[in-house]
Design a protein around this ligand. Sequence first.
Ligand code: ATP
Length: 611
Amino acid sequence: MDSGGGIQIPSRLPLLLTHEGVLLPGSTVRFSVDSPRNMHLVSQRLLKGTSLKSTIIGVIPNTRDPENDTDDLPTLHKIGTAGIAVQVVGSNWPKPHYTLLITGLCRFSVSGLLKERPFVLAEVQQLDKLEQYTTPATEGVPAEEGELGELSHKFYQAVLDAVTLEERFKKALPMLTRQIEGLKLIKKTRKIGPDNEKRVTNICISPFPFNNFNLDEEDEDEDGDDTAALERKVHGAKMSEAALRVCLKELKRLKKMPQSMPEYALTRNYLDLMVELPWSKSTKDCLDIRAARTLLDNDHYAMDKLKRRVLEYLAVRQLKTSLKGPILCFVGPPGVGKTSVGRSIARTLGREFHRIALGGVCDQSDIRGHRRTYVGSMPGRIINGLKTVAVNNPVFLLDEVDKLGKSLQGDPAAALLEVLDPEQNHSFTDHYLNVAFDLSQVLFIATANTTATIPPALLDRMEVLQVPGYTQEEKVEIAHRHLIPNQLEQHGLTPQQLHIPQDTTQHIISSYTREAGVRSLERKFGAICRAVAVKVAEGHRVTKTEASSPEDPTQQEGKSRSSVSVDKAVPPELPIVIDHVALKDILGPPLFEMEVSRTNRGPQLQKAVHN
Ligand SMILES: Nc1ncnc2c1ncn2[C@@H]1O[C@H](COP(=O)(O)OP(=O)(O)OP(=O)(O)O)[C@@H](O)[C@H]1O
């Protein structure tokens, strides 16, 4: 076939007549064949032939093969494409047909018909110079339906018919420009929704004849913008040198990856986190010991010993900023204000506060993160916390260090040791980040219910401050100074709308709660506030309590007593005062009186048994 530097196609070619799709030199197109002459061409020529020559056929566009092989041939389109049938697949369903995969080689013109049956054989003249057979770069797609299909079909045919290069350029250029404009428009709307993205991707692989033309270039532009923005952020994040090196390496990889690759999202997420982390962002400490004392006193009643120690701790920090002192660990029953003191410390220092719940954590990756090779891997709670507060010197409250578990996935306490150790924590390495992050500016405070279950090595690093439970009197004070005002505010109520007398509080403490702290007491006030809020909102009338006993301390106060009652006509008399009757209405019968009376019955029962 080789003659004079170029490859010659056979001068006689069997012709495949198509009216859907156009084969262009260099592209590969799938054709469905089910008409008589075309079927014969496949069965008698392609499937029987044994030489390479027998796989070369001519594909004539814009010409329908007649329904019957006895019908006359229509006028053939003058220009066709010689191609190699690279694949033939036959099927009997829904009717006998073949699917051919043909790679276009070069144009030819039909100079004469040699025979019409069983398939068309023609004398052809090669129009393009065929230097060498190249592996096709893209696979063409069968003709599209509808207007777009109609347009592209005409376009392909025009390109096919343009024999000289100049003519071909002239035909192709306006079409290309239009396509590019259209694609740009779609790209602009791409961000509106994920569906658009799908459409754009579909268009990328639409049967455009020029193998290398798709949105990739555009993608590169946009991705370029996107990655350029990310690169700027990487440089602006003021991260450590090691982190910067890793980020730039990942960025380089990202640029080379197609967006559809799952790893693209992983790398992207990683880089997004890296630029978000507060590598060098911190708040300025504004510690004033006098103000701190006032704030601690205002926020918390009693707890004198604890507040004193906290103030000492803060004072030493003020004098020696690089204090590598012990980690304070507040140990006490639930609801005694351990978390709340931690929050106050952050406020006095003007620092961000973040609570890390450790109860039930039994996997060290909770602290140190998962390696990025894991599906769904993510950073640990420390790094996540830093991302949340967005500064590198927050107060981290490690809540419930005594409830840390242990499992096969590693000991979380060991990971915590590294976090808390001032000798090591300046280069804490989360598995997900895989680069060191300096935790030395973070102020850690821990809380626990008991020291008994804190791992000894961890306990060794901490200074334990016991927070004992409260006496009944202290609870009443805490309730009236802090809990009730807080609950009123949270429920949009004012003291002019709701009044809880001290004796009601005492009654709640003794008959409705049994705790060392004030957590459930606070909840009871919440329940009262909700009930009263409904009454206030409904404009219910609150009637005077009829059955107030003389011993009733609420009566001794001499104020108008009200219990929650129903009369929708008149707005409530304010404030609504919660006496024992109202309390029973809202909270139900006392919980612990019953228990007490049951235990009191014990000796009597015993007596009865003995008698
Ligand atoms: N001495 C106090 N003065 C004022 N409010 C207090 C005092 N003690 C506790 N509280 C209040 O009680 C509620 C519960 O306190 P907090 O959540 O700090 O308890 P905790 O000891 O951290 O409990 P847990 O161990 O269950 O986390 C908070 O609203 C807190 O403000």
